[in-house]
Design a protein around this ligand. Sequence first.
Ligand SMILES: CSC[C@@H](O)[C@@H](O)C(=O)COP(=O)(O)O
Ligand SMILES: [Zn+2]
Length: 207
Amino acid sequence: MTLKTDEFYSKADALIAAGRFIDSKGWVPATSGNFSARLADGNIAITVSGRHKGHLQRDDIMLIDANGQSLDGKKPSAETLLHTSLYRRYPHIQAVLHPHSINATLAARLFKHEIVLEDYELLKALVGIDTHETRVTIPIFPNDQDIQRLAAVVEDYLDQHGDIHAYVIAGHGFYTWGASVADTLRHLEALEFLFDCEIRLHGVKKA
Ligand SMILES: CSC[C@@H](O)[C@@H](O)C(=O)COP(=O)(O)O
Ligand SMILES: [Zn+2]
């Protein structure tokens, strides 16, 4: 049996608190969303599949290895591969958060392939950005119930375009990441604000 360390519980508690905040904003309705944080030994603390992300308890955070295999007999998020592929690719990523927000969902209907964010002061909440005079592109990928195939589409995009701050999955939600749960939560909140601005600016087209 794998021992859950103090580090595991500290990161689990950070994910639980993040979930409460994200839910308070209405960004993870009806058990949607998933969250994870990497541990020093390379294993990952991740939400158990199907739990309400606004009401997480320590029992709802489990341990997987870097390949997404359960280490404690629990069932990890259905979208685990989207987390593990980011951790594998980027050693600096320590947390991944996935909300299902109205703004990400509507933005994907409006923009189809990518959301371009520029001339917003709040872009500086994203790591590595120190001026509003920056153009940030958030790609939109088609939704897919085959998560392995979806992870491959993301990898392919990253191979061709280099680093990004987040991606949207059409009709679904978005993924963002960072060097800690706090950094990732800041990215999530900033992107939500920026998606909201773009939707209000460009309007919502009829389907
Ligand atoms: C309740 S619909 C949302 C799910 O299909 C999925 O997209 C999701 O984000 C949550 O799945 P989970 O397996 O709990 O991590
Ligand atoms: Zn999802």
